[in-house]
Design a protein around this ligand. Structure first.
Ligand code: NDP
Length: 484
């Protein structure tokens, strides 16, 4: 497959290059080899993107919702037709196994385009009768939106931000992570092929400084970031200076509670999905697994046995179920945390934290048991395949411990007790909760965090509120009374 894109950026309906921008090597995580090069956006490129997106917005918003929606739904169809190629590219960009990318990335991007495409024509205001007078509301776009993505789901993030933004009549400039710059260009090209007018969806490359220039530009009305909490704090502050709208999808250290009556096999499946899918590089992962002490040894034994079945290797092989870390840097970070876990007295059940022999950024899944709440591996987001298993005996106690974190992205509970399941879900201080499952993220359901894990929600009808604003129009039917 040709991994080198036609040019670094996609602006105003075409590929754009400016080789004066700093070179960014695109590295295939499975081999460590450079597979493409792009250039960071120069001030001239950024100006072109901002001017194009600003110019395109009024015309895009003037189209009917049905027309805009048709384009988004056509883009969804094209994405599905090209699922194989898009999945291979996603695997090159991130290192995630094709077994995952072929069913999760372009497909969930297409779901977002289809869902918000279908919704575009239904976005309306309301009529409020006030005696003879009345008020009507108009649901209007915000204007020019900037999307900034993390590197773990480059296609999905580009669509989850772009689809609701465009459905509401906004235009978008999307900046992917510099680690994974390839996939968003395909999203831009597909939207253009589907009929999105020039300037409606643009992609520019670069590091954090490029994102920062976009966030502070006066023409930008909204910023939607997927990234870490420290980056979120910076971007939120910069957006606040301009009183811009924000959506912040940030990190987590989510709890998963396995009660003594849980179906152990399902709980182990949930723990595997919530810790080792995408080699653990998922924001909502349930990395603090609280297991009731009566079933702890049975749980750990099944978990260790199931992990033996992980097929670690060439991500392009459809049999491979566990790929490399996205970068050498991320591998280093994960190794550092494993070393801390060992030094602070956690018991290593599987894995060692050592990189695997050969090329690429591979590390085996790591499970720690006997983890206590104060250990670094139980407090900080690792963003890698490291599961911390903690013991508990009492529901009230485990709830307090589960919520004792600055994060609040996700949480899960495994139990056969119906009332306990809902009581625990209600008690979680987290935006996205699961009962007897983990990490499902359908476009129909709101997704996002509370506490320091984020602001706003992506997906679902809730996303519309974050990409539009209401104008109310008062209509007087009689004379205007004034005091003098
Ligand atoms: P980072 O926070 O490092 O970066 C996120 C994006 O922000 C990148 O595109 C980055 O550019 C850009 N950026 C960095 N600094 C600035 C700045 N000052 N102004 C504007 N943009 C900036 O996150 P990672 O890419 O390392 O992704 C991992 C993190 O993302 C984890 O914390 C994870 O939990 C979170 N995440 C959250 C999700 C959610 O939905 N809640 C989903 C997926 C991930 P560059 O990297 O190119 O320099």
């Amino acid at each position: 497959m040709q991994t080198q894109p036609k040019a670094s950026h996609f602006i105003n309906g075409k590929y754009v290059e400016d080789t004066n921008g700093a070179k960014i090597d695109v590295i295939y995580p499975a081999t460590g080899k450079v597979i493409a090069q792009v250039h960071a956006a120069t001030p001239a490129v950024l100006e072109f993107a901002l001017a194009s997106a600003k110019h395109a917005q009024a015309k895009w918003a003037a189209m009917t919702g049905t027309e805009r929606g048709r384009i988004l739904r056509r883009a969804a169809d094209i994405m599905r037709e090209r699922n194989h190629d898009l999945s291979v590219l996603e695997t090159y960009d991130t290192g995630k196994p094709y077994q995952e990318t072929s069913v999760v990335d372009a497909t969930s991007g297409a779901d977002a385009l289809e869902y918000f495409g279908g919704m575009a024509a239904t976005l309306t205001g309301e009529h409020i009768q006030l005696g003879e007078d009345w008020v009507y509301t108009r649901r209007e776009p915000l204007g020019l939106c900037v999307g900034i993505g993390a590197w773990n789901y480059p296609t999905q993030i580009a669509c989850w931000k772009g689809a609701p933004a465009l459905a509401c009549g906004n235009t978008m400039i999307f900046k992917p992570s510099e680690t994974t710059p390839l996939c968003a260009l395909q999203v831009a090209q597909i939207l253009h092929e589907a009929g999105a007018p020039a300037g409606v969806y643009n992609v520019v490359q670069g590091l954090g400084d490029v994102g920062a220039s976009l966030v502070t530009d006066a023409r930008v009305d909204k910023v939607s970031l997927t990234g870490s909490v420290p980056t979120g704090a910076k971007v939120y502050a910069a957006a606040a200076a301009g009183i811009k709208h924000v959506t912040m999808e940030l990190g987590g250290k989510s709890p998963m509670i396995v009660f003594e009556d849980a179906d152990i096999e399902n709980a182990v499946s949930g723990a595997i999905l919530g810790n080792f899918y995408s080699s653990g590089q998922v924001c909502s992962n349930g990395t603090r697994v609280f297991v009731h002490k009566d079933i702890k040894e049975a749980f750990l034994a099944r978990l260790a046995a199931r992990l033996e079945n992980a097929v670690i290797g060439d991500p392009m092989d459809p049999a491979t179920s566990f790929g490399p870390m996205v970068s050498a840097r991320q591998l280093d970070i994960v190794q550092g945390y494993v070393a801390k876990g060992i030094a602070e007295g956690a018991r290593l059940v599987t894995g060692s934290g050592d990189p695997m022999e050969g090329d690429g950024f591979y590390i085996k899944p790591v499970v720690f048991a006997d983890v206590t709440d104060d250990m670094t591996i139980a407090r900080e987001e690792i963003f890698g395949p490291v599961m911390a298993v903690l013991d508990f005996e009492d529901e009230a106690d485990v709830m307090a411990r589960a919520n004792d974190t600055e994060f609040g992205l996700a949480a899960g509970v495994f139990t056969r007790d119906l009332t306990r399941a809902h009581r625990v879900a209600a008690g979680f201080e987290a935006g996205t909760c699961y009962i007897n499952t983990y990490n499902d993220a359908p476009v129909e359901a709101p997704f996002g965090g509370s506490k320091r894990s984020g602001v706003g929600r992506e997906n679902s009808k809730a996303a519309i509120a974050h990409y539009s604003q209401l104008k109310s129009v008062y209509v007087r039917m009689g004379d205007v009374e004034a005091p003098f």
